[in-house]
Design a protein around this ligand. Structure first.
Ligand SMILES: *Cc1c(COP(=O)(O)O)cnc(C)c1O
Length: 463
């Protein structure tokens, strides 16, 4: 028998398992019952009934022993906790922003910054929307305008930086409404709703230059900034040898301020950051955080949470850590490809996005193909994913009709440091099995629709 030769050396995770959490194995019958009770909405399933939970990477991370040890060092003073000052030092060190306010999670920072920067009637251009970001911009009285490049809406297009802003679209908006009516430019990277697609440093530089010339503030949703930095290192000329920390620093240098959901990059379970170069914005934010979150030295967090965040920040810029994180997503993509399953290319930083329009091409969009697909994957194997399509896109403010987004996706999001390669194999094979049976699914009917962010609590039944 011919012996196998080494073609390419593998890498493995730069950590080993110290504590395990058992998960429940369920039967098809059990899952069918659970789905019905949950109104065919994976957000409404009990975690107990889930085998492999790929609903989100938000707050679902496994912390390191270094972070857990830090939890014991929580200084729970009401004011001036030492963990707050350590965290502030690290915000300066890793994001390069001098001013900082902690918040209990990302949307709390979005709420505060939207209230400060937006005057009702303003516009906020951004590289595709994110649910909570857009909602807070709208609640503050702004109109969100998507200025991402067209390639981002094409699931087959392999553009390496599908998160880029189309400068012409931005200029057209400024020409139409005037620079004074632009509250700020809202740039995220990688873009969650586009499939975890990054922006390039070149694009950011150009946007930054234009913003400065027109005196428009440029703000960064830096929730997954480290993943964006990794893609810049891998894909953009001139950055191959730069460290993640250095790239992150350069990215942040073009922005006036940023917010972070620490539940992502920072590998903790709760926390948020608002940081800026502007003393004026800082003072306003520091005052407002007292109203909504808590004193400006804890912002809705315990001292121990801030310690874990500060330590997570030190780990997030480690190259082997971020490579293992994104490498796991890439592995899942490679395996799905073997079965010919349609998903967004190139594979994003935090998730695989199945293309439900192609997967269930016999279903019209108002039969909720992505919602259907997420439900059927759960029924097949207990793997939990989520809808990112017509349900997430909500309704048109003026007409009350569904928004019909171009992308109708199911997101499989990978928590950091939680699952093994074997879990990924089980997941991929389940999706392949649902793909084989795809013609038997008839779609869903909505039976309950909440007013805000309907994807979280909406209920459905099978047609
Ligand atoms: C998660 C997330 C948010 C919101 O943060 P929360 O901590 O969930 O409130 C904002 N923007 C992006 C890009 C996110 O992924």
């Amino acid at each position: 028998m011919a012996k196998k030769k080494i073609m390419k050396r593998s890498w493995a995770e730069p950590f080993k398992i110290k504590v395990v959490e058992p998960i429940k194995m369920t039967t098809r019958e059990h899952r069918e019952k659970a789905l019905k009770v949950a109104g065919y909405n994976t957000f409404l399933l009990k975690s107990e009934d889930v085998y492999i939970d790929l609903l989100t990477d938000s707050g679902t991370n496994a912390m390191s022993d270094y972070q857990w040890a830090g939890m014991m060092l929580g200084d729970e003073a009401y004011a001036g906790s030492k963990n707050f000052y350590y965290l502030w030092d690290n915000v300066k060190k890793y994001y390069g922003m001098p001013y900082f306010v902690p918040t209990h999670q990302g949307r709390a920072a979005e709420h505060i910054i939207s209230k400060i920067l937006i005057t009702p009637g303003d516009y906020v251009p951004g590289n595709m929307y994110f649910t909570t970001t857009k909602l807070h911009q709208e609640l503050a009285g702004a109109t969100f305008v998507d200025v991402i490049i067209d390639e981002a809406h094409d699931t087959e297009n392999e553009h390496p930086f599908k998160g880029n802003i189309d400068l012409q679209k931005l200029k057209d908006l400024v020409k139409k409404v005037g620079a004074k009516k632009i509250a700020y430019i809202s740039m995220a990277g990688p873009v969650n709703m586009a499939g975890g697609q990054p922006f390039s440093m070149k694009n950011l530089k150009a946007v930054g230059k234009y913003a400065k010339e027109n005196k428009i503030p440029l703000w960064f949703d830096a929730t997954r900034a480290v993943e964006n930095a990794y893609f810049i290192k891998e894909r953009e000329k001139g950055y191959g040898k730069a460290s993640i920390q250095k790239i992150l620093h350069e990215m942040c240098s073009y922005f006036d301020g940023l917010w972070v959901s620490a539940k992502k990059d920072l590998m903790v379970n709760i926390g948020g950051i608002l940081a800026t170069k502007s003393k004026k914005v800082f003072q306003a934010a520091r005052n407002m955080v007292v109203v909504y979150e808590g004193l400006h030295t804890y912002g809705g967090l315990a001292g121990r949470d801030m310690e874990a965040m500060a330590r997570g920040m030190e780990e997030m810029v480690d190259f082997d850590t971020i490579r293992a994180r994104i490498g796991q997503v890439e592995y899942a993509g490679k395996r799905l490809e073997e079965f010919g399953i349609p998903f967004v290319k190139p594979v994003g930083g935090h998730a695989i996005f199945l293309d439900a329009k192609k997967f269930l091409s016999h279903l019209k969009q108002d039969l909720f193909p992505a919602q259907t697909l997420a439900a059927e994957i759960y029924a097949d194997s207990g793997v939990r994913s989520m809808e990112r399509g017509i349900v997430s896109a909500g309704r048109n403010k003026k007409t009350g009709e569904h928004n019909y987004p171009k992308l109708e996706l199911v997101r499989l999001t990978f928590p950091r440091r939680v699952y093994t390669q074997a879990h990924i194999d089980v997941t991929v094979e389940s999706i392949a099995s649902v793909y084989e049976n795809r013609k038997s699914f008839k779609g869903l009917r909505m039976t309950y629709e909440p007013k805000y962010l309907r994807f979280f609590q909406g209920r459905f039944e099978r047609i």
